[in-house]
Design a protein around this ligand. Structure first.
Ligand SMILES: Cc1cc2nc3c(=O)[nH]c(=O)nc-3n(C[C@H](O)[C@H](O)[C@H](O)COP(=O)(O)O)c2cc1C
Length: 165
């Protein structure tokens, strides 16, 4: 049970403060009941190596909440520096993937070809935490390549690791 909200707690300032944590940017994809979907997230974190577990947090107010909350498998793609447009698209644009964008003959979650790292996950746990749903995934497979990464800091995109190392 959460304590009652403190009226002096400034949510807007708090949100701005959290923006001071620099992150990478990921797109999570899944075959959902509503079609093949993607969503841009920066709440990704690795939880455990043995066994390999990761998590991400899904806004319960998102129009895509029900679709992703029910998906038993999903793929997490860490975006390279050149994929800002892809990040914007899966945040605010068309979130449904067209059949040309992935191998539609496979039952695997849709694979975005340009990712720096892709983690193929099976949903292991789902925990409602306040206004987000925490989705824990068991990593079954991964692919990775060198390259500069897209970052997000104080609401602005950036790049890290120009050399790709
Ligand atoms: C850099 C970035 C990171 C984001 N991280 C998350 C996240 O971790 N979880 C989440 O639910 N939405 C996140 N969003 C927002 C979603 O991509 C999406 O815009 C939001 O869920 C609204 O979706 P809707 O149009 O389906 O309602 C992020 C957006 C951006 C641009």
């Amino acid at each position: 049970m959460s304590p009652p909200p403190d009226p002096s707690f400034d949510i807007t300032a708090y949100r701005r403060a959290l923006g001071g944590f620099a992150t990478g940017v990921c797109v999570v994809t899944a075959h959902t009941a509503e079609g093949p979907f993607g969503i841009t997230v920066n709440s990704f974190t690795s939880v455990s190596l043995r066994p390999p577990l990761v998590l991400w947090c899904l806004d319960r107010a998102s129009d895509r909440h029900n679709a992703f909350a029910a998906a038993d498998r999903f793929a997490i793609h860490m975006l390279p520096a050149e994929d800002r447009e892809m990040s914007d698209r899966f945040a605010w644009g068309v979130c449904r993937l067209s059949s040309e964008e992935f191998d539609s003959s496979s039952i695997e979650p849709p694979r975005l070809m340009n990712a720096l790292t892709r983690l193929d996950c099976v949903a292991n746990d789902r925990i409602v935490m306040g206004d987000h749903l925490t989705i824990v995934g068991a990593v079954r497979r991964f692919e990775t390549r060198p390259g500069a990464a897209l970052t997000y800091y104080r609401g602005t995109y950036g790049v890290v690791g120009e050399s790709g190392e």
